[in-house]
Design a protein around this ligand. Structure first.
Ligand SMILES: [Zn+2]
Length: 75
């Protein structure tokens, strides 16, 4: 799959992490499976991964911690 951002690199399956800012709170999500561009580093998530991200963000809303680190690893 050629990267749709830079049109130079190819996207390879890998594990990445993503930083979210929700109402001033920082949420780091680790262990996310993604296609990562070898040239520009752009990340592309599959639909099921996007759903995991949304679910985890929803769960994180119930916490008051200013910084939260979540593993997206599916048990
Ligand atoms: Zn790229």
């Amino acid at each position: 799959m050629i990267c749709s951002i830079c049109h130079i690199g190819t996207c390879k399956e890998g594990i990445t992490e993503e930083l979210f800012n929700k109402n001033g709170r920082l949420i780091i999500m680790k262990d996310l499976p993604a296609m990562v561009c070898t040239n520009c580093g752009a990340k592309f998530f599959k639909e099921e991964t996007s759903q995991i991200i949304l679910d985890n963000l929803k769960k994180a809303e119930n916490s008051n911690a200013e910084l939260e680190v979540i593993s997206a690893k599916v048990a």
